[in-house]
Design a protein around this ligand. Structure first.
Ligand SMILES: C[S@@+](CC[C@H](N)C(=O)[O-])C[C@H]1O[C@@H](n2cnc3c(N)ncnc32)[C@H](O)[C@@H]1O
Length: 331
C-alpha cells in the first residue's frame, strides 16, 4: 500500500481519502479477475480485524504465535548479544507488539532503545503503544504506514554510527508468495546498510491437519477474521456483501507449501460496490482468495536471505511447534 507514512496519534489522516480510493481500486481489481478473485490480505487489519487477530494468537490451535513468544522468551538475551551497538529497532507489521516487548526488555538492559513500530493498522499501533509505551529506557514512535515507506522514514532518522535492527515477526513474510517475498527482502535490504540486522520469523512446514486447524479453528475466530474483510468493504466502500452467503475456507497447497484462506460463495450472487459504482457476480462455490501463509524449511530460509543481500548469523527453533527465528546481517 502506497500510504504516506504518518506518525501515529497525529489526528485525522490528511491522506484518508486517497487511502479509501486505493482500497476501492484494489477491491475492484481483485474482484475483476477473470479467474480466481482476490482481495489483498493487508485489508484484513482494520480495527475489528486487528482485534480478532489478537484473539487468534490466543487460540490453542494457532501455535505459531506462542512459538514465536517462547523463542523470544528463551533467546532474547542471546540475540541481543549478537547485535551491534548502538542499534535502533524498526518493526514491520508490529501488531500489538506483545512479543517485541521481550526483545526490547533484553536490549534496554544494554542501551537506551528507540523503537519504531510500522503498521498499516492504526488500532494495532495504538495497542502497541500501550504495550511498550511505559517501558523503562525505551522510547517509541509509531508509523501508520505500509512496511517499506515506514522503514524509509525510520532509516532517515538513524544517527551517525547507529545500526538498524529490523524485526519481521509472526511469519508475516509468509503472506508474500516466494518470489514476492524475495523481492520484498531485497527492497528492505536496499534501505539498510551493511552490518544492519534483520530478525525474521518463519513458520515451518508441519503436518497438514495441524496447519489447517491453525487457520480454521473450531470456535470460528479465524472465520470471523476472514469474513470481516467483506464487512469492511461494506462499511468503508458502501458495498452490499451478504455475509451469510459466504463461508470461510482454509486449504493447503502442497506444491506451494502454503495455507490459503478463501471466502466461498454459497450461492449465485451479485455484489455492488457503491463508491466504485461497480457490480460483480459470484457463482455458487466460487471463492475469493484473501490470504496466503507460506511455510518454510530451515535451509530455504537461509538461502532466501543469501539471495536477497543478507547472511544468516543464527537460527533458533521451537521444540513444540516447528518455527524458526532467523537473525540475518546485511552484507
Ligand atoms: C500477522 S500480523 C503479525 C503481528 C505481529 N508482528 C505478530 O507477530 O503477532 C501482521 C501485521 O502486519 C500488519 N500489516 C499487514 N500488511 C501490512 C503492510 N502492507 N504494511 C504495514 N503493515 C502491514 C497488520 O496490520 C498486522 O498488524
Amino acid at each position: 500500500m502506497a500510504s504516506a507514512p504518518r506518525m501515529a496519534g497525529a489526528g485525522v489522516s490528511p491522506v484518508a481519502a486517497a487511502l479509501t480510493a486505493e482500497f476501492s481500486s484494489d477491491v475492484v481489481i481483485g474482484l475483476s479477475h477473470t479467474g480466481q478473485k482476490e482481495l489483498p490480505s493487508k485489508y484484513l487489519y482494520d480495527e475489528v480485524g486487528s482485534a480478532l487477530f489478537d484473539v487468534i494468537c490466543l487460540l490453542p490451535e494457532y501455535g505459531l504465535s506462542r512459538a514465536g513468544m517462547r523463542l523470544l522468551q528463551r533467546d532474547s538475551h542471546e540475540i541481543v548479544s549478537l547485535l551491534p551497538t548502538p542499534v535502533l529497532v524498526a518493526e514491520l507489521g508490529s501488531g500489538s507488539g506483545q512479543k517485541t516487548r521481550l526483545l526490547l526488555q533484553a536490549l534496554s538492559k544494554r542501551q537506551r532503545v528507540n523503537y519504531y513500530p510500522i503498521d498499516i493498522s492504526g488500532s494495532a499501533l495504538s495497542r502497541c503503544q500501550q504495550e511498550i509505551g511505559q517501558m523503562d529506557r525505551v522510547s517509541i514512535v509509531g508509523f501508520e504506514s505500509a512496511y517499506l515507506e515506514g522503514l524509509q522514514e525510520v532509516a532517515a532518522r538513524r544517527q551517525e554510527g547507529e545500526r538498524i535492527l529490523v524485526l519481521f515477526l509472526g511469519s508475516t513474510i509468509g503472506n508474500f508468495d516466494r518470489p514476492a517475498g524475495d523481492q520484498f527482502l531485497r527492497e528492505v535490504r536496499k534501505i539498510l546498510s551493511e552490518g544492519d540486522a534483520l530478525l525474521l520469523a518463519t513458520d515451518l512446514v508441519k503436518p497438514i491437519e495441524q496447519l489447517l486447524l491453525a487457520y480454521d479453528d473450531p470456535a470460528g475466530v479465524t472465520a470471523a477474521f476472514n469474513m470481516n474483510l467483506l464487512a469492511r468493504v461494506n462499511r468503508e466502500l458502501g458495498a452490499d456483501f451478504d455475509l451469510r452467503q459466504f463461508e470461510h475456507v482454509a486449504r493447503y497447497d502442497e506444491c506451494e507449501r502454503r495455507v490459503e484462506m478463501h471466502l466461498r460463495s454459497k450461492a449465485w450472487q451479485r455484489v455492488t460496490i457503491q463508491t466504485a459504482n461497480q457490480r460483480f457476480y459470484l457463482r455458487e462455490g466460487e471463492t475469493i482468495w484473501t490470504e496466503s501463509s507460506h511455510k518454510y524449511n530451515p535451509a530455504e530460509v537461509v538461502e532466501m536471505g543469501e539471495r536477497t543481500g543478507f547472511r544468516c548469523e543464527r537460527q533458533w527453533f521451537d521444540a513444540e511447534w516447528p518455527f524458526a527465528q532467523n537473525l540475518f546481517f546485511a552484507v
